[in-house]
Design a protein around this ligand. Sequence first.
Ligand SMILES: Cc1cc2nc3c(=O)[nH]c(=O)nc-3n(C[C@H](O)[C@H](O)[C@H](O)COP(=O)(O)OP(=O)(O)OC[C@H]3O[C@@H](n4cnc5c(N)ncnc54)[C@H](O)[C@@H]3O)c2cc1C
Length: 439
Amino acid sequence: MGKIATPPLNDSTNGWNRILPPRRPHPSLQADILVDWVVVGAGQAGLAAARRLAENRPGDRIALVEAGEAGDGAQGRNAGFIIDTPHNIGSSLEALATARDYITLARAAIQSLEEQVRKHNIQCDWEAIGKLHTAVTPRGISQILAPTRKTLEALNEPYTWFEGDSLHQRIGFKHFSAGIHTPGAILVNPAALSRGLADNLPPNVTVYENTPVTTATLSPEIRLATPHGSIRAGKAILAVSVFAEQFGILRNRLIPISACASLSRQLSKEEQEKLAGLPSWGLTPANSFVGVTVRRTRDQRILIRQNMRYQPQLRREESSYNAVRLHHQDLFDRWFPALKGVTIEHTWSGFICISRNSGAGFGEVTPNVYSSVCDNGLGWTKGTISGLLIADKATGIDNPLITTYEALGRAAGLPPRPFRDIGIRARFSWELWRNRHEA
Ligand SMILES: Cc1cc2nc3c(=O)[nH]c(=O)nc-3n(C[C@H](O)[C@H](O)[C@H](O)COP(=O)(O)OP(=O)(O)OC[C@H]3O[C@@H](n4cnc5c(N)ncnc54)[C@H](O)[C@@H]3O)c2cc1C
């Protein structure tokens, strides 16, 4: 029996959640239950897996168990980009084939999410306005944007190149010097979308929120303990992201990274007029570790996402947010001098699960137990499609996209700690130093 030593501990800082109306969570588990399937984790992967399982097996009983509340894990703490083209693509034939596979999978995920948003009228500020991939320096332009442009051309993907004034006029500020706009990305309030997906699952899924799994036995029988009840299940899907190792799976393969984001207060009508450019936009940085993701949201706030850290202890202290907030306020004041007096209202952090080779933790990990983790920071597309496909795989549905997903690779092994920590920290420092111009 495996004890979960460090279950998720979500604080109440998530700005996307705090700007939404209060929501009543599904009741926590208060009994001992027997189900056909248990899905652990209500992130993008778990929500998609539970939904597809229910569609594939309408007569089965499915429990979806979440330690916190829907929309308050990483699924609701991200920057809200649903991205259909890979960020930085190599130019080899193999890299192009991988990019094509990614695009196919990402668009299948977007189609599935859009269907849910329309069907259930989920109010999540869904905006099909594309996104800009931006660079600050000539080096960022020549090393990242120019090759990305070439690759988009090779893939026959539409894009528009913006540079200097043409970029500044779109976004209303001058920090970035060039950007590639790709039209297929969607921008959302991620907490609103996650809540909406969790609240509109098929009737044979029972959602238990505020129900952390505290001990897990996966073999020979699946038995999970939670604070006020237990679950016995025929089969399980573990969609627990960076917490997977604690369930005894994917040991020494996953790299937990924490990232911070902030939202400003809402701009007044007068402030909106002062901020030139389009009424809403989103941009991702050439280097996602060093650079800054920025959005002008549909409800007229500025989002800043930055400050990534290797966090093997799976906790980021709330006390560290103040320094991040001050830094984000400083960036805001420098970039938007016309908006003097507009304050950063919310700062929070969340976990991203990456691997050394960008591979995933997808498949059957032990008889009757499947995992859908490690989307390498692309939760909305890779996480969603991974959840849908793991449910198909577990129920024996012959979906050709399973092979496409598996071709993206399996999370590679890492050395044991403390060698892993030393190696990752050294690599991180090198990346930060090498790309410091893009900060
Ligand atoms: C600041 C930030 C910005 C980001 N920006 C973007 C972006 O713009 N676009 C994008 O696509 N991705 C983005 N990401 C990444 C994205 O949020 C993640 O990749 C995605 O949420 C991972 O989905 P998941 O379902 O695998 O895991 P999660 O969303 O982390 O869900 C896993 C769930 O499992 C639950 N869980 C874990 N252990 C237990 C347990 N013992 N018992 C019960 N439940 C448990 C957790 O509470 C959690 O809710 C960003 C992430 C951060 C932090």
